[in-house]
Design a protein around this ligand. Structure first.
Ligand code: PRX
Length: 676
């Protein structure tokens, strides 16, 4: 078994250990309409029926050719699902719905300015627009199956339209979160080797029309310096035909999509039948080292998994109006705003802006207007809304049958408020635990079958078998009251296939730790390491405590502490940088940054601000540290390693424990004075 250095401070260490909670039960009304009420699902998806059980999900899709092999393990641990099958994701999300539902709304696009009208895009209109964009990508941008393309788009309808146009051609899309900086976009262009960048001139956020085009200029410039030339930048316009932002177009490089589309009006592009295991998209996420990892997701297995879990865990019916408040730039948006709901022919809501803009009632006005009945968000927003005005949602007449919480652990008190006030005691709640890498849910209750327990994600979803190991690889059993490293015993179709062009990193990050035999082709020998700490209660419900590695989860957005530290180290005056997670009332966890300066530099507020600004510029505003502490030295071991554990304790106002073994124990009191 590979040894891994213990992380000195982690989210899991600062997690609160909550008490056991009472169950909440779904209403009869919910159960009567639910997609999945048959308890035998857990038998059907039992390990003795694995992997064949997952054909039940694949059968929800249209296949040009059925698979020959359900799960091919010959290249373990790179699992291949539905091998021999041919499929197209765009066809499954659009074309196959047209016969019965062409006039149904596929996407409700809600602009942030409240006086701008909501766009209701029918499946027919989506079909027309996706075909035209696919024709443009193929005939103007020269993209073909297997090519990669980087998208840096905000939450407008153009994002799913572009994704589905790529999918139609078998082009691998790599969407970079719209709030990320040009620098972060450049890194992802370089890693994915994209020759085309698709962006938008501007978008609304917090009442301002953001000049997003300037990020594209920075990204293209920096990518070129790092060896990746972008040939074409395709620029959507927030208002077609109008220049909304000051950043000019670059002759010979930038093209307005809306201009080009005139040449492709009414064009149809046959969906390309893709092998099931062809990559559908890349999604970059933070890892334990500075460099983001491109998680490569498949077409057939991924689509089957998100369709199945959208149907049974999200309980999406074609009649439902479903609103997931995540950003499509994260995996939640890919799986549970775009691919899952559209594959099931639901109406999915895309909201451009800040959930509390112009006030905390905005979400409920949108829900009322569109008659949203399934609602999906993260604890950060729930906490914020509860803090702003805990009674406000009661004034609105929205009604949800189902609500999701995702991305971070949710405190039981916040959960109960979500249930009582936002859900009006009517909605079921699923607390879905999963990751960018996993494509879809790992743990959650099946809402009509298992009761809810505040603060617990629930058992593994059908077909997913979690197991908790201690540091030595011994299994920690249900009800033992001990936390450990939660792993998944078996593969599932939504899992990423590899890290883009870095199989070794994929194997060592996720599969080496508890591998029983490195030469084995048997999936039983390859538990998947999630990187989270968890506890299993007696009833088999899992409570997730947070990350065990150098990753922190700010408002459900994953950031590598190393990424933030590397950005700080590019500031000339900085000698050393250390990031630690701090618990925060609203965001769950936020980064605190400790900095020691090179000799001859004075700690000033300006310098702290400069370092903070550098981090926003390099990664994006979401990585902004809560505080930048300029300290004269870091607490260090005798071998010179920074003791992040001690800094973490200081930031969280916790006991620092025994510091006598440090090389410089006196620094602890000095830092405590600075930080208190
Ligand atoms: O630590 C877990 C936390 O978010 C991490 C995955 O982040 P990301 O890849 O950005 O995907 C977010 C959307 C799924 C996990 O390793 N996490 C996610 N969901 C939960 C959670 N922690 C507790 N409860 C959850 N429901």
């Amino acid at each position: 078994m590979a040894k891994k250095e213990a992380v000195e401070t982690s989210e899991a260490q600062i997690a609160v250990h909550w008490q056991e909670e009472d169950y909440f039960y779904p209403s009869k009304r919910f159960i009567a309409q639910a997609n999945l009420t048959d308890e035998s699902v857990y038998e059907r998806f039992g390990l003795d029926n694995f992997p064949e059980c997952y054909t039940e999900y694949a059968d929800l899709l249209h296949w040009y050719k059925k698979w020959d092999t359900v799960l091919d393990t010959s290249d373990a641990p790179c699992w291949k699902w539905f091998v021999g099958g041919k499929i197209n994701a765009s066809y499954n999300c659009i074309d196959r719905h047209l016969e019965k539902n062409k006039n149904k709304t596929a996407i409700h696009f809600v602009p942030e300015p409240e006086n701008e009208r909501v766009q209701h895009i029918t499946y027919q209109e989506l079909y027309v627009r996706v075909n035209e964009v696919a024709a443009l990508l193929r005939d103007f941008a020269g993209l073909k199956a297997g090519d990669t393309v980087t998208l840096h788009l905000p939450m407008t309808a153009e994002l799913p339209i572009t994704m589905l146009a790529c999918a139609r051609l078998g082009v691998i899309h790599s969407q970079v979160f719209g709030g990320f900086s040009g620098r972060a976009c450049a890194d992802r262009i370089v890693d994915s080797k994209s020759k085309v960048l698709i962006t938008i001139d501007g978008y609304y956020r917090g009442g301002k029309l953001i000049d997003h085009k300037q990020n594209a200029d920075i990204a293209v410039d920096l990518a070129k310096k790092d060896g990746q030339k972008v040939d074409k930048v395709l620029v959507w316009q927030r208002y077609p035909g109008k220049n909304s932002v000051p950043t000019p177009m670059i002759e010979g490089l930038d093209y307005f999509v809306n201009d080009l589309l005139k040449n492709y009006r009414g064009k149809k592009v046959d969906p390309v039948p893709m092998p099931a295991e062809a990559p559908l998209f890349l999604m970059y996420t933070s890892g334990t080292t500075g460099k983001p990892k491109g998680c490569q997701h498949s077409t057939g297995g991924y689509l089957a998994y998100v369709t199945g879990t959208s149907k049974y865990i999200q309980d999406i019916h074609p009649e439902d109006v479903y609103w997931c408040m995540a950003d499509i730039g994260w995996i939640t948006g890919h799986s549970y705003i775009v691919y899952g709901p559209l594959s099931l022919c639901a109406s999915t809501v895309i909201y451009e802006g800040i959930p509390t803009y112009p006030d905390a009632g905005r979400a409920w006005r949108i829900a009322e207007e569109l008659n949203v009945n399934i609602f999906h968000t993260a604890p950060t927003l729930i906490r914020a809304l509860r803090k702003i005005d805990p009674d406000l949602p009661k004034k609105y007449n929205h009604h949800f049958k189902h609500m999701t919480t995702v991305g971070e652990p949710i405190e039981p008190a916040v959960w109960r408020w979500y249930h009582e006030v936002i859900g009006k005691n009517e909605a079921v709640i699923v607390d879905t635990w999963w990751q960018t890498e996993t494509g879809g849910f790992l743990c959650s209750t099946v809402p009509a079958i298992k009761p809810m327990k505040p603060g617990s994600a629930g058992p593994g979803v059908p077909g997913v078998y979690p197991i908790i190991y201690d540091e030595l690889g011994n299994e920690i059993k249900a009800g033992e009251g001990r936390a450990g490293n939660i792993c998944i015993r078996n593969p599932w179709p939504g899992a990423f296939q590899t890290i883009w062009r870095d199989r070794d990193r994929y194997v060592s990050n996720y599969y080496e730790r508890y591998c029983k035999d490195k030469n084995s082709k048997d999936w039983r020998d390859w538990p998947y390491l999630t990187g989270d700490a968890a506890m299993e209660a007696e009833d088999g419900y899992y409570r997730i405590l947070g990350r065990i590695d150098d990753v922190i989860n700010v408002s459900g957005h994953r950031l590598g502490t190393k990424e933030i530290e590397s950005a700080a180290l590019t500031v000339m005056e900085v000698a050393e940088a250390a990031v630690v997670p701090v618990s925060d009332e609203i965001k769950g966890v936020v980064p605190d940054l400790y900095i020691s300066l090179k000799p001859g530099h004075e700690p000033t507020d300006e310098l702290a601000m400069k370092i903070s600004a550098k981090i926003c510029e390099t990664i994006g505003k979401i990585a902004k540290p809560r505080r930048v502490w300029l300290v004269s030295d870091m607490p260090k071991t005798r071998s010179g390693k920074i003791m992040r554990r001690v800094l973490g304790a200081l930031s969280n106002k916790k006991d620092v424990g025994d510091v006598s073994t440090l090389a410089n124990p006196e620094i602890v009191d000095e830092i405590r004075k600075v930080t208190s």
